[in-house]
Design a binder for this molecule. Sequence first.
Ligand SMILES: [Zn+2]
Length: 504
Amino acid sequence: MYDLAIVGGLLINSTSKSYKDIAIRDGKIVEIADQGYLDKNQLSKAEIYNAKGKRIIPALVEPHMHIKAPLGGTVDILDFDSASKCAAFGGVTTFIDFTSTLPGVPLLQSVEERKTEMEKSLLDYSCHCKVVSLITPELASEAMIAEWKYSQSKDPQDKAKVLEANSLIEKTINDRLEEIPKIIKNEGIPTFKLFMTYRKASVMIDDIHLLKVLDAVKKNGGRCGFHAENNAIAEYNEEIFAREGKLDWKYFPEYKPNLCESEAVNRVLHYAELLEAPVYFFHISTKESVEFIRQAQKRGVDVIAETCSHYLMLNKSYNIGEDGILYLMSPPLRSEEDQQALWKALDDGTLSLVSSDNCTFTRKQKEAPLGNGPNDFRKPISGISGIEERFTLMRWAVEQQKITEHQFVKLLCENPAKIFGCYPQKGCISVGSDADITIFDPEEVSRLERSDLHYPEELEYSIYREFEAKGKIVSTIRRGEFLVKDGLFNSEASHGMFIKRVIS
Ligand SMILES: [Zn+2]
């Protein structure tokens, strides 16, 4: 017997559309039939949901977000419960966050901690495993000082100290590398995130260690993803800009120019080529990076990349003026020319998906580190919301004919599920898949004023307030259960479950 049937709606997938009725049992899609042709014997006890006049798409997968993310001594305002609500109103039923790894902490420990935190989710969930600097700053400097002393003294006692420090480093690194197969195979987390910047916070991974991780992840069937920004350019410019008094928000994009991103992207592409390893790029923002990726793909490098909704919708003009502080994120917003290159790359497949990189801080939180001082882009907490807005923003893109409604499904549902290893369980509407379905009214306008959104009350602003589009979500279904039904949130919904992922 079926539990639920969605009837009368227009089903849109990544290649076609047609009027279909969909039957659900035990959280799975069990039958898809032409209208009026579902197996009547199975329907007697089913709830019938009338989707006449509505459109039906696979629920969205959010592959890049930061919830309960400690940053600059504070934490963003969402937890996995409140994030679930925002996400559900944005048509999302599966999200993938990150572990919060610190140097010296076992990766598996941070995976377990994150999984426990994510249990509160109403959405199904997973996380990417962050790999930050493999060794602590203490250990690194001890070894360097010992090497230096020995190079000067040639004293055997100093040599012993070198060996001791190096063997401790080797052990620490090997301990981390040995965790990688366990994380991929036992935990079902095949994707990792490495940072090429934030050296001062010990988040950046040394290039030699980066190669080791890239190789270990490749050998065990995983994929490394990168926050690609050249650390030297960022640190150097920070000093120069401070000296010249160019610290207002409007200078922020210049301090991390296009080259800052594209050099790091190109470097990783070369590493990927060297090791024949698959790679992923988070938040691609520049035309130069797009071109490097396009050329690498032509050479046969296994590279997949995303951009984020803010790079598509907003450009660096948003950093001008008092509200400029709200639009600080790394990489920074770019020019209109870059935006055009991103749209083109989504269209020709160079970029495969659009994430939100959601990280929601209040204006008060962002401004707090400034005290009563002048604007200083080095100080505020950066990050931008988007987990709820992404649906409407990309509907706007459909309306503007930047993408088709089929590309919408591909970029926000199908590709993230495929790339991150939970397809066809997620990301499509087909028999045997989880019944993760988003239903929207194509005629009703969705707005993004603050009062339209479901972020916690303390959030004072809406970043995308001037955007609106036809296509308002009426219902979001996760494994056959309504998270949002006819515009109302179901706070009684059961908890989500951890999704073990495998990538081919
Ligand atoms: Zn991010």
